[in-house]
Design a binder for this molecule. Structure first.
Ligand SMILES: C[S@@+](CC[C@H](N)C(=O)[O-])C[C@H]1O[C@@H](n2cnc3c(N)ncnc32)[C@H](O)[C@@H]1O
Length: 467
């Protein structure tokens, strides 16, 4: 009888939800963290439910041929890159399979066609933004717990291990952004330790250092540093300024954000210490001005590829009026602007709409209108009569997908084409199912924006059947 702490041998069959791997034993499903299809593993059951169990690896008995060496020293603890130990071609295949699975099981398209995933050329150092957390308590790995090393309260900097927000995994490397990103973390962390500064303590809600946000760009060597602290302390900030100016000439702008609240976020009142307070990145021929808190796709190069796929799937015509729904800072709108007559974007976050308008002006684009508001409230008959009916609608909702009533409205609007861009094919499939039977679905086009994670972006064309 299977129970918690049972040790068993299993064979991994495939990847399942959220990057976990799946095995079966006597018809019972076992989800194994860190397994790879083709592995033979000794595992320990850590959680037992009625229909499935969760397990961790005790020993890899026979490694899968799909395995490769993980690059990072923190792999397996950090949780940021769950698939570093999977060959990249297999990651892409797994993402394609996960899209097919969602379309067949959730959207109920039995013969769903899924193109090959569009992979990234750079599978490391691809992010243009990293947000490191500071904390006064250090996350201990299993190996460290067994030793008598004492870790006093200090300044630790890195990431929160999944599910634990009171301690910080104090990282010694990270391979997701330009190496200057980790070097900045290390320099500020060491300086703070030397000077006896404090870091945020979740339990006492005190401590000075909270987050370090580093933004890099594909358009130049510029770097934006945003140090998030509890309140403003001029003396400490002038020490960080000297440190940056002396050792990091690439840092073109330094912002100090104060968050005095208990919410664990890097948002607050921002002070530009030096430089313009933003940096500029480029997707295709369009430039985007990015302030510390602006939304911008985190993998610039793959964002360009994603928008090329949107262009190819949408086959836009010069006379088209396009709605860009959930438009963020307007990057899809700008990218499509030269191929269509005009674009109307809707987005709930006011600052993103300001960024979208500023980006349009910066690029001399004058055929985009951006409207701020909640989709459910804004996208109504009055909006359509004021802005005009769309020929094509592009939607790019958040991971949770669209509100069912928004799906109903799209169905009633019946544009000639609906291009659905999604960062979560499961909610995309749910929305497609909800849209109903009067639509023809084109092939899925998965794009990999986040190598080493299970996340995948998927673009699909839906066309209404003629009535
Ligand atoms: C995946 S992002 C889209 C980003 C954008 N298309 C791009 O490529 O940069 C989803 C966007 O939907 C916005 N959003 C979320 N809920 C919304 C709502 N109820 N109404 C309008 N916009 C919403 C978010 O603020 C976010 O900018």
């Amino acid at each position: 009888m299977l129970q918690r702490q049972s040790i068993l041998d299993v064979s991994i069959e495939r990847f399942g939800d959220r990057g976990k791997s799946i095995a079966h034993l006597d018809g019972f499903t076992i989800m194994v963290t860190g397994g790879v299809p083709g592995d033979r593993l000794k595992v320990r059951i850590v959680r037992k439910k009625r229909r499935y169990a969760e397990a961790e690896i005790v020993e890899v008995l026979t490694p899968s041929p799909l395995r490769t060496e993980a690059k990072c020293a923190h792999f397996g603890v950090c949780g940021g890159c769950k698939w570093q130990h999977v060959k990249y071609e297999s990651q892409l295949q797994a993402k394609r399979d996960s899209v097919r699975d969602a379309m067949q099981r959730i959207a109920m398209i039995p013969d769903a066609v899924v193109e090959e995933s569009v992979g990234a050329d750079e599978i490391y150092y691809y992010r243009n933004k990293m947000e490191y957390s500071f904390g006064s308590k250090r996350w201990l790995t299993r190996a460290e717990i067994g030793t008598d090393i004492k870790f006093e309260d200090s300044v630790y900097g890195g990431f929160h291990v999944s599910g634990n927000y009171s301690k910080v995994l104090d990282i010694s490397q990270c391979h997701l952004q330009d190496p200057i990103s980790y070097e900045l973390l290390e320099a500020i962390r060491s300086h703070a330790r030397r000077k006896g500064w404090s870091a945020w303590d979740v339990r006492t809600t005190t401590g000075y250092l909270r987050y370090l946000v580093v933004r890099t760009t594909t358009a130049s060597d510029d770097v934006l540093v945003n140090l998030v602290t509890t309140g403003f302390d001029d003396d400490k900030i002038s020490e960080v300024t000297s440190l940056l100016q002396e050792h990091f000439p690439r840092v073109s702008t330094f912002v100090n954000t104060s968050n005095t609240g208990v919410a664990q976020t890097a948002y607050g009142d921002a002070n530009v210490v030096f430089g313009p307070g933003n940096i500029v990145d480029r997707i295709g021929k369009y430039e985007f001005e990015i302030s510390p808190q602006a939304f911008f796709q985190t993998n610039t190069k793959q964002a360009g590829r994603l928008y090329e796929v949107v262009l190819g799937v949408g086959q836009f015509a010069p006379g088209d009026h396009v709605y860009d729904l959930y438009c963020g800072a307007g990057s899809i709108s700008l990218y499509l602007s030269e191929y269509v007559e005009r674009i109307t974007g809707i987005e709930v976050i006011a600052s993103a709409i300001e960024n979208a308008r500023a980006n349009a002006t910066r690029n001399g684009v004058d055929n985009c209108t951006f409207v701020q508001g909640d989709m459910l409230k804004v996208l109504n008959d009055d909006f359509v009569s004021r802005h005009g009916r769309p020929d094509v609608i592009v939607v790019d909702p958040p991971r949770s997908g669209m509100h069912p009533r928004v799906v109903e409205r799209l169905s009633a609007l019946r544009p000639e084409k609906l291009v659905y861009v999604s960062c979560n094919p499961r909610t995309q499939a749910r929305d497609i199912e909800l849209l109903g039977s009067g639509w023809t679905t084109g092939p899925s086009h998965p794009v990999d924006m986040f190598p080493h994670t299970h996340h995948v972006e998927n673009v699909m064309l839906l066309t209404p059947d003629s009535t």
